[in-house]
Design a protein around this ligand. Sequence first.
Ligand code: PHE
Length: 356
Amino acid sequence: MSSTDLTALETELAAGIAAAGTLDDLDRVRVAALGKKGRIPELMQTLGKMAPDERKNFGQAVNTVKARITDAIEARKAVLEEAALEARLATERADITLPVRPGPESEGRIHPVSQVMDELAEIFADMGFSVAEGPDIETDDYNFTKLNIPPEHPSRQDHDTFYFSPNEKGERMVLRTHTSPVQIRTMLNQKPPIRIIAPGRVYRCDSDQTHTPMFHQIEALVIDETTHMGHLKWTLEEMCKAFFEVDEVKMRFRSSYFPFTEPSAEIDIAADAIGKPGKWLEIGGCGMVHPKVLENCGIDPTRYQGYAFGMGIDRMAMLKYGLTDLRAFFNADMRWLKHYGFSLLDVPTLAGGLSS
Ligand code: PHE
C-alpha cells in the first residue's frame, strides 16, 4: 500500500467517524477501523512481508494514522455522550413548580400520633439520643420482674395487663403495659454510656373517654457515671419547649412511686402555654433508675447511674393539636383523619419548624 492509499484510508475512516450519529454507530466504525480484523490491524499484518527499511517507514506512518483515528473516535464519543445526556435530561425534565399530582401522595394523611412520634424523635435526635425498639408481645420478666416488679407485687394490679395463656413451662407472655421493658432490653445489650428513646404501642385493659386499650408511650433512658435528676429536669424542659414551640414551659415534678425508679416523680406541665391558664396537666412519669434494675441487667450500680422517663404520646398529641376525644384517634374515621392528619410532605424538622 502506498502512502497515498494510507491518506485515502485515513480520510475515509475520519469521514465515517464524523458521520456516526449515535454511540452505537461510532462503535461500529471503531470496530471496523481498529478492531481485531479492522482496517488498521490488517495493514499492520502486511508489514511482515516488507523490506526492513520500507517496514520501518510504513509502520511509523500507520501508527501515526492509528493514533489520530483513536483520538478522533474519543473526541467524537465525548460529543455524542454529551448529546445523549442532554437528550435524556430534556425528556426527564421535571417541572418542580407543578402542584403535587392528585393521588395517594396528596390524599393520604399522617396520623397525629405518627406525626408527634416523628417530632419527638427529631427533638431527641438533636440532643444525641438514638431510637431503640422492643416487641409489643413481651415476657413477664422484662415487662415486670427485671423492672423490680416481682410476681405478687401490688403495682402489677395497676397495670390491667393483657396476659397470654401460659406455655408448657408455665410462663406467660403479656402485651407490654409500658415501654419500660425497652430499658431492660437496651441495658442487657449495650454497655453504658446509654442514651436512647423508645416510642411505641402499649396495652392496658381499660377503656373510657380518656383511656383506650392500646395507646402510645415514649420512653427515655440515660445511663452513665454522672447523670443526675437535674439533667432529667433540663432534658424534659427542653423537650417540652421544642415540642410545644414556646419559649418557656412551667413544669412541676410531683413526688411519686415507681418500683423501677428511686426517687420517682410525676411530670406536670402548666397548661397556660396551650390556652388553659391555671391548670396542670400530667404528661408522664420519671425518676433515677433503681439500683436493683441496673443490677438485674448486669450494670454495676456503684459505678453507673442515670434517669428514665415515660410519657404518653397520645396525651402530647391531644395537648399540642387540641384534640379532645382520645377514642377518635383509633376509630379510623377518614373525615377525622383528613381534618387532623398531616400531609405526607410535612416532615417535621427543628430547622423548618416542627409543625409548619
Ligand atoms: N412506665 C411508667 C408508666 O407507664 C412510666 C415511667 C417510665 C416512670 C420510666 C418512670 C420511669 O407509668
